[in-house]
Design a protein around this ligand. Structure first.
Ligand code: 26Q
Length: 822
């Protein structure tokens, strides 16, 4: 029914073919006779783009006309992946395109896989933003995303001699999904000084003057909702030299090179995504990126509000802004500056507007990931903003003093300015003080921030300012698109695809838990997905793996807290066990393929060492004839969104084994279970809620609890620290050189043996290995295993990002969907 909205564009395969040919011959200026797969991708993308654009324009008109409150999602990362398949499914014309491309001699999968991933993000936080955009459009919320248009996304990873090598990801050569808006520009100021003066009315005014100007240019990306006409906008800012700023006199004076140099310096701001995940590195260019993007977005939002000619007091009835972590916290300061310095509002009135507008989502409790900026650096780049932060802090501390007059220590504990050498600005504190709601991303995490890093703020503001919104994932990409056969099987049982819009409908699958044919088909689909991954492994690593073996997958950014080292030590333990087994014992063993993937931040030495060890273990194990199919160890290069779409449907077990209390939520755990895989995991992040929903008998939990971590660490440092004996044997063979030069791995081993084992690898090792053994046993009963998988999928409805967005809309943004019938 929704298609009646789509007034124009192709509907039949013949019409699609006509559009395709038109684009190949005219837009791309190519002959059909030399149309390769890449050209076919381009032609198809352009044909679908045309369709999106029409609905996109109409959506923007409809939203302007409706004049409702909108939400703006500010994120430095949008890890979108590919757009074509998603566009085809959302507008409901994938089958039409498939037939049309078939007529022209192309397989649709080959065409789709020509697209370069849009990889403007590091990992979980960036992918969450992408899932949110999909849900906001699918639910018809008037919502915009704002981000940076990096020329280079997250680097491409290659493995050479077992080491990670980083290759730049230049992705903009042909990007049909973005629309430059050369008429939408904002001049952004940096450096300079503050002039204070008294105006004609005797009012004291601060004005930010001097410095340099860089221009922000908008690039818009259409975000189509699933089976709805709503097509929202993602606006990405690109930096360039402001005309007039990088002055042409230089060119005339023959200073050509230095003039070009100035231009390049301006373009550097949006050149590259910082590749750190869960680590704060205080580089000036990163702060420049943050301000550039916040200032451009705020200018745009305020400009749109001003067109409505409303009073400032209604700003927060029209505008909600969500901060994806602290990276956009400067938006709070910038809005206060606009209202006070430029629009002339009183401080109090402005501050009320600001705090009612913003919400802040925290994604971490790791101290090394909490953003801080040095005051001297900040003072130089953004002098007026520093003053405003000082004032925000002063008024805040005065209110704290009134509330807790006897507690002097309190003031230094909660001050936005840390009194260190040099002084530092605590961005999370600023974000809390400047927002009306603060949320964590899973229940445990939201509890932890209230009782640890932000506990003083709970005393000050009361508990209601702090809330939880458990993360979710979009079932369109992560079920329907990644696993079309499973989606089809589910649809055949549920009588259609409504579950893709209301994922709780999956619970009806439990009626079919004894349906023999259904279970057989379910198992066949899993097997086919494993065959597909096995082919990918063969092609990329030249290792043959048996798709009948248990596929054990851990794919995510490499980080000590995520504990890929625990996994690989467990693999070595298993290898040693196999080597010492009799032929009889070996026959009883469940064959296993251990699959790893993920990028290490380029400066994170320990993470790179973990990658190296995995690869070296793989080299030894995979060529050991004695072991054969019983164990294979694979490191998949360049894990990204499009590879995740192949990997997630192909797991039997996936690993989510962070030290309890360190992984805020995790979202790949949800993707794997939704695709009919089970989990081995710690009681951390969303694993806990997944357990509650799917049932304890359907998940393999192990390890110490978050509440015991502090005591264990204390004992490591001050008590006696005894290494797990089985882990010791693993370290022994590493030190004997079983996997090559042992000195390459000494830092990894010593972190545990000598430096306090901060991530509790040794403490959890035994229970991890025992749980893996239990998995082996459980997997032998294939029928029971499939039942667990089906039951789990049936109970995953809660983890849709649609549910998550509805919670944000109701409890934080106070916005309503826009009726598309009108
Ligand atoms: C900060 C300052 C300077 C440079 C980089 C950064 C930076 C960049 C990225 C800090 C953190 C990140 C990314 C964090 C992240 O991805 N967190 C993950 O968010 C997911 C979505 O909520 C959760 O599921 C994960 O548990 C959490 O680790």
């Amino acid at each position: 029914a929704w298609r009646k909205f789509s007034a124009s564009g192709f509907k039949t395969k013949e019409e699609f073919e006509k559009e395709f040919v038109k684009h190949v011959e005219t837009t791309l200026a190519r002959s059909l006779f030399n149309c390769d797969e890449l050209a076919a991708y381009s032609g198809t993308a352009l044909a679908f783009r045309d369709r999106l654009v029409i609905e996109w324009n109409k959506t923007q008109q409809r939203q302007t006309f409706a004049d409702q409150k909108r939400v703006y999602y500010l994120s430095l990362e949008f890890l979108m992946g590919r757009a074509l398949d998603n566009a085809m499914l959302n507008v409901g014309l994938k089958d039409v395109a498939q037939e049309g491309l078939g007529d022209l001699g192309f397989r649709i999968e080959d065409v789709i896989s020509q697209e370069h991933d849009a990889a403007l993000g590091n990992g979980g936080l960036g992918r969450l933003a992408a899932c949110f955009l999909d849900s906001m459009a699918s639910l018809n919320y008037p919502a915009w995303g704002y981000g940076l248009r990096y020329r280079y996304g997250i680097f491409k990873q290659e493995i050479e001699d077992g080491y990670q090598v980083e290759i730049p990801d230049y992705w903009l050569d042909f990007n049909p999904w973005e629309f430059p808006r050369h008429d939408v520009t904002v001049d952004i100021q940096f450096y300079g000084w503050v002039r204070k003066y008294t105006d004609d009315n005797g009012k004291s005014v601060s004005s930010w003057e001097g410095g340099e100007i860089v221009q922000a240019v908008a690039y818009d990306v259409p975000i189509p909702g699933y089976r709805t006409p709503t097509t929202n906008n993602l606006r990405l800012w690109s930096s360039k030299a402001a005309s007039g700023e990088f002055d042409f006199s230089k060119f005339n004076a023959g200073e050509y090179e230095s003039a070009v140099g100035d231009q390049q310096r301006a373009e550097t701001i949006s050149a590259v995504l910082y590749p750190n995940d869960n680590l704060d590195r205080g580089k000036e260019l990163r702060l420049k990126q943050q301000y550039f993007w916040c200032a451009a977005s705020l200018y745009d939002i305020v400009r749109r509000f001003k067109k409505t000619e409303r009073a400032w007091s209604s700003f927060s009835d029209q505008v909600a802004i969500q901060l994806n972590d602290t990276h956009p916290t400067l938006a709070i300061v910038e809005l206060q500056r606009i209202l006070v310095d430029i629009e002339g509002l009183e401080w109090e009135e402005a501050w009320n507007i600001v705090t009612n507008t913003f919400g802040y989502t925290n994604h971490t409790v790791l101290p090394e990931a909490l953003e801080k900026w040095s005051v001297p650096l900040f003072q130089n780049l953004l002098p007026r903003h520093l003053q405003i932060i000082y004032d925000i802090n002063l008024f805040f501390l005065q209110s704290v003093e009134r509330k807790f007059p006897k507690d002097r220590e309190m003031l230094s504990r909660v001050s936005i300015i840390e009194e260190s050498q040099p002084q530092m600005i605590r961005m999370a504190y600023l974000a809390i003080v400047g927002s009306h709601k603060v949320n964590g991303v899973a229940e445990l995490h939201s509890d932890l921030i209230k009782t640890t890093i932000f506990k003083e703020f709970v005393k000050i503001y009361g508990p209601d300012k702090f809330t939880n919104v458990t993360n979710g994932i979009t079932p369109r990409r992560w079920l329907h698109q990644a696993n079309p056969r499973l989606s089809e099987l589910i649809a055949s049982k549920l009588g259609g695809y409504d579950f893709l819009k209301d994922l709780t409908l999956l619970n009806k699958l439990e009626h079919f838990i004894d349906d023999k044919d259904f279970k057989r088909e379910w198992a066949e689909i899993k097997y086919a997905n494993k065959v597909r991954l096995a082919q990918h492994i063969q092609k990329t690593t030249s290792v043959s793996v048996n798709p009948r073996a248990l596929f054990d997958v851990q794919v995510k950014r490499i980080h000590e807290y995520k504990r890929q080292q625990l996994n690989i030590f467990g693999v070595i333990h298993r290898y040693l066990a196999i080597k010492s087994m009799s032929a009889e014992e070996r026959k009883k063993l469940t064959p296993r393929v251990s699959i790893f993937g993920g990028k290490a931040a380029p400066g994170y030495w320990m993470a790179k060492t973990i990658i190296h060890l995995i690869n070296k273990v793989g080299e030894v194990v995979n060529k050991d004839k004695d072991v054969g199919d019983l164990l294979k160890v694979i490191f998949l290069e360049d894990y990204n969104v499009s590879k995740a779409e192949i990997i997630c449907p192909a797991s039997d077990i996936s690993e989510h084994i962070s030290t309890a209390g360190t992984e805020a939520s995790g979202t790949s755990n949800m993707k794997f279970v939704l695709n009919g895989g089970l989990i081995i995991g710690t009681c951390d992040g969303a694993n806990i809620e997944i357990t509650r929903e799917t049932g304890e008998q359907n998940i393999f939990l192990f390890g110490n609890l978050a509440e015991d971590v502090e005591d264990l660490r204390h004992a490591h440092y001050y008590g006696k620290h005894e290494l797990d004996p089985e882990l010791k044997k693993v370290f022994d063979v590493i030190n004997q050189g079983m996997f090559g030069d042992q000195s390459a791995f000494s830092s990894l081993v010593n972190a545990i043996v000598e430096h306090g084992d901060y991530y509790l690898v040794s403490d959890d090792f035994r229970s991890y290995c025992e749980t893996q053994d239990l998995i082996d046993e459980t997997f032998k009963d294939q029928d029971g295993w499939v039942s667990k998988c089906i039951t789990s999928v049936a109970r995953m409805g809660f983890f849709s990002s649609d549910r998550c967005i509805q919670e944000y809309a109701e409890s934080i943004w106070n916005i309503e969907p826009l009726d598309v019938e009108k």
